[in-house]
Design a protein around this ligand. Structure first.
Ligand code: CO
Length: 424
């Protein structure tokens, strides 16, 4: 494996070790502590000086920042999201069906359903346990092949290849065991959470995840396959740039929000006050005036980093006739006239200059004019704090499948441009 792919390899390990948004934030905070960052809590007073800090909200969003030694002009932020589409375990999930125990789940986000069939799945997330009368949050990951969602045989549905319609309540419930498994699901979770009985679990946010390991593929290992590339690829690559940078004239900020896949409208989502609160408290904690805060925000720049669609070789006509991103050809700048993406002439120009400085290629994405696209973090977070923002991402295929594909060389590009941006 060449040196370029070393970062990509580490990224795939990071993603595999983070089956849920909670694990993403936990992995990052552990790493930040090792690097000497100080954790701040929203419920405490902040007294700040030049140095490295982070703050979490709701176990699944995290903002890390480096305050430079000299007086700063503004904030340099890269935002990405920790969550990916999945199935959430419902309350009282065990359901008996003949000789089987299935789990009752519901959709989280908009996923491709078919790709969840016929592969080992497991469960991860957070639980809140009763620790001697106190509610305590613990992360869990049943790190083995636990569940399966077997497809219906072709003999029982001859039309299966003519397009399937999946009913989330009827078709998407994975098998947990035979009838001997009854009443054991939460006992298993309790054991993993380090408590004695299932009654000690007071609350749970548990999700299914795909157990198939990430891989390099293609004639020259030019591609990667793995779960949750949208958007952990951007989380990891911008983080790599962040920790290897030295803030000079701007506060460097790495922002990871949850719940992008369900509209960002939660207390830990991009549409919350988390970013605004943090920016204000950085200024307050440094003894800045209200006017200095507004000046800093006006001088700030945000890169909203969320993966982009590469042109698919079997569906070329689904892409715009001209703006057709290709995997491994650099960072994708996303444009939309209706401002679903925040990119405008000014922010695109700023970003292109950064790419040139980092010696990184860039390309462009727009949706077909007759096709509505998805939206992302940029326009949502600017509703809370108005900052000059560009929407970018890395080109990928099979977005929102539990196993996506991307270019193995692109992560290096995003890490490089992030570092240049943060070093300003
Ligand atoms: Co995304």
């Amino acid at each position: 494996m060449n040196k370029k792919n070393d970062l990509t390899k580490r990224m795939l390990d990071f993603i595999y070790s983070a089956p849920t948004a909670y694990h993403v934030v936990d992995n990052i905070s552990r790493d930040l502590l090792k690097r000497g960052f100080t954790e701040l809590f929203e419920g405490d007073a902040w007294k700040l000086s030049a140095g490295d800090y982070f703050v979490r909200r709701g176990d699944s969003a995290i903002i890390s920042f480096r305050i430079p030694k000299k007086s700063f002009k503004g904030f340099h932020m890269i935002a990405s999201h920790s969550d990916s589409p999945s199935f959430k375990i419902k309350e009282n999930p065990e359901m008996k069906a003949g000789a089987y125990i299935k789990l009752n789940v519901e959709k989280y986000g908009g996923m491709l359903c078919a790709e969840w069939f016929d592969r080992p799945l497991s469960v991860a997330g957070r639980v809140v346990v009763n620790n001697k009368g106190k509610a305590e949050t613990r992360l869990v990951n049943i790190d083995r092949d636990l569940l399966m969602l077997p497809a219906l045989a072709i003999h029982m549905n001859r039309e299966a290849n003519d397009g399937m319609k999946y009913n989330a309540q009827n078709d998407m419930l994975p098998i947990f065991g035979d009838d001997k498994a009854a009443e054991s699901f939460f006992a298993l979770i309790a054991m993993e959470a380090g408590v004695k009985k299932k009654e000690d679990i007071l609350g749970h946010d548990l999700f299914l995840y795909n157990r198939v390991k990430p891989t390099f593929w293609g004639a020259n290992e030019e591609f990667i396959g793995g779960s949750r590339l949208d958007d952990q690829e951007c989380v990891f690559c911008s983080y790599e740039g962040f920790v290897n940078s030295k803030a000079k004239d701007y506060v460097a900020m790495h922002c990871v929000f949850d719940n992008e896949e369900v509209g960002s409208g939660t207390k830990q989502g991009a549409d919350s006050t988390f970013l605004k609160d943090t920016l204000e408290r950085i200024c307050d904690g440094l003894g800045k005036t209200r006017e200095q805060y507004h000046m800093a925000v006006a001088n700030s720049f945000m890169i909203s980093a969320d993966n982009a669609h590469a042109v698919h070789p079997n569906y070329m006509d689904k892409a715009d006739p001209v703006n057709r991103p290709v995997m491994n050809e650099g960072i994708v700048i996303k444009y939309n006239a209706n401002q679903k993406y925040t990119t405008d002439a000014v922010s695109a120009a700023e970003f292109k200059l950064l790419c040139k400085e980092a010696d990184v290629p860039y390309q462009t994405f727009t949706n077909r004019s007759d096709m509505p696209g998805g939206s992302t973090l940029g326009n949502i977070s600017t509703a809370q704090v108005s900052v000059n923002t560009v929407d970018i991402g890395l080109a990928q295929l099979a977005m929102h499948s539990p196993y996506e594909s991307a270019g193995s060389r692109d992560p290096e590009y995003l890490a490089a441009v992030s570092k240049v941006f943060y070093n300003k």
